[in-house]
Design a protein around this ligand. Structure first.
Ligand SMILES: Cc1cc2nc3c(=O)[nH]c(=O)nc-3n(C[C@H](O)[C@H](O)[C@H](O)COP(=O)(O)OP(=O)(O)OC[C@H]3O[C@@H](n4cnc5c(N)ncnc54)[C@H](O)[C@@H]3O)c2cc1C
Length: 424
């Protein structure tokens, strides 16, 4: 595909998940000639079902908001945080955020959601090859040469001016080039499965994600995918996994059965999917872009999913990566500066959410979170961040700083009831 002298495409995108599709749709709309390579044939299973309100504006810009609205996904209006022993609960109600356009979002089946996006990339004018895996790449100052393998056509080579790696956790570029650094602090393992018959919430809260906080700092997610089917995952700090590691099913059953309040939700349930396990938790790259390559979505960084940030940030970074390519195509002399700006923006977004995610593993933070006071608008500010607003107003940021101040005082003087033990 294409001769070696003049690139056949402006942009090659590796991966057709949310980041890759978002990049491809945006690039095609900007007039770029785009090729998307996707290893699988869609629809395919993917974990990561709970969206955030901040994705609404992105879905609108990508031209898929109506299709997502009409797909019949469960409407999510907030997040319910519970203590496993039933002692405390705290609702995050997205309508309390003043900085997101619409407070409701969705719990999506990713096979359907990702297919809507990839199809939109095709409709926008991108060439999309499924069952096509990127195999090797050479990047020089004047372009990218990529070898891929298609299930029927075999090995082929393509030239393009830029490459966006949106290959998710498999990290086509980052793993090849050793760009990825694990987050030393956020090391967990997730074991997950779908169940029929789990007791659901009712009324306006029926579509909430439930995050059940375990005393030893792990947590359980319950995500309703339909009135009858629930995605359930147990996230355990690696240091706590011990012998259950060999028995993923045991980790789910064992956790649920350890807490009567949780076990009661699971009476008369049956599993509707295989049990799966994910261990590649929380990493970031040395850089998100340079030369003629950019990393978007999980191919760049991944953050522990407790606040459901992954898909929203994948859509965001995919769009920003394509916009950066557009600017670099129009202004070749500023290419490195444009890519550096893109990279800096991704680091800043990662740091903003990482601070909150890391706090969730701090017993003092959880104590305060489960006994919140909205004096000075602190709960509203947290709600804005947990709705996925990656650049909240200065006043909101200051209120979040204030919350961290209160947590520090609680750690020192115990100003709230101590309901969590140390991770140990
Ligand atoms: C346990 C767990 C729970 C999560 N829960 C949530 C949640 O509730 N909400 C949320 O928003 N996020 C969640 N996430 C995160 C979310 O799954 C990801 O952030 C999101 O899927 C990232 O999208 P992406 O497009 O970057 O990557 P992906 O969705 O992984 O897409 C990458 C695509 O690239 C393709 N690919 C890979 N290698 C190649 C190659 N060499 N050539 C061609 N194609 C290739 C893959 O087949 C895949 O389709 C969770 C993650 C985990 C691990």
């Amino acid at each position: 595909m294409g001769d070696t002298a003049s690139p056949a495409f402006d942009l090659t995108v590796v991966g057709g998940g949310p980041a890759g599709s978002s990049a491809a749709i945006t690039a095609a709309e900007l007039g770029q000639k785009v090729l998307v390579l996707e290893r699988e044939r869609f629809p395919r299973f993917h974990i990561g079902e709970s969206l955030l309100p901040a994705s609404n504006g992105l879905l609108e810009k990508l031209g898929v908001a109506d299709q997502v609205r009409e797909a019949g996904f469960v409407v999510k209006r907030g997040a319910s945080f519970w203590m496993a022993d039933g002692r405390a609960e705290h609702y995050i109600d997205f309508s309390q955020s003043r900085e997101v356009d619409a407070p409701q979002t969705y719990q999506v089946r990713r096979d359907r959601f990702d297919s809507i996006l990839l199809e939109q990339a095709r409709k926008s004018g991108a060439t999309v090859l499924e069952e096509t895996a990127a195999k090797s790449v050479e990047i020089s100052d004047d372009g990218v040469t990529l070898v891929y393998e298609n299930a029927t056509r075999g090995r082929e080579e393509v030239r393009s001016k830029f490459l966006i790696d949106a290959s998710g956790q498999s990290g086509f570029l980052a793993k090849r080039w050793g760009l990825r650094q694990g987050d030393r602090e956020l090391k967990s393992v997730a074991i997950h499965c779908r169940y029929r018959g789990v007791q659901a919430l009712s009324g306006d809260r029926a579509g909430d994600i439930r995050v059940v906080s375990l005393p030893e700092m792990g947590w359980v997610w319950l995500i309703p995918l339909s009135p009858d089917e629930m995605s359930v995952g147990v996230v355990v700090p690696r240091s706590r996994l011990s012998t259950t590691e060999a028995l993923p099913g045991g980790a789910i059953d064992g956790t649920i059965n350890s807490y009567p309040a949780l076990a009661a939700l699971f009476e008369d349930t049956e599993a509707t999917s295989p049990i799966r396990r994910e261990a590649d938790f929380s990493y970031l790259p040395e850089s998100y872009a340079s030369s003629r390559w950019l990393l978007a979505g999980d191919a760049g960084s991944f953050l522990d999913p407790v606040f459901s940030t992954g898909v929203t940030l994948a859509l965001k970074s995919g769009r920003e990566a394509a916009e950066a390519v557009g600017r670099a195509l129009a202004n070749g002399r500023s290419r490195e500066a444009i890519l550096k700006r893109y990279s800096d923006e991704q680091f800043s977004t990662y740091r903003f959410f990482r601070r909150l995610v890391s706090a969730f593993y701090d017993p003092a933070f959880r104590d305060v979170m489960f006994q919140p006071s909205n004096r000075l608008g602190i709960v509203d500010a947290m709600t804005t961040a947990l709705a996925g607003e990656w650049k909240p107003k200065l006043a909101t940021r200051r209120r979040i700083d204030l919350l961290f101040g209160i947590v520090a005082i609680h750690r020192r003087f115990g100003i709230a009831e101590k309901i969590h033990t140390d991770a140990g």
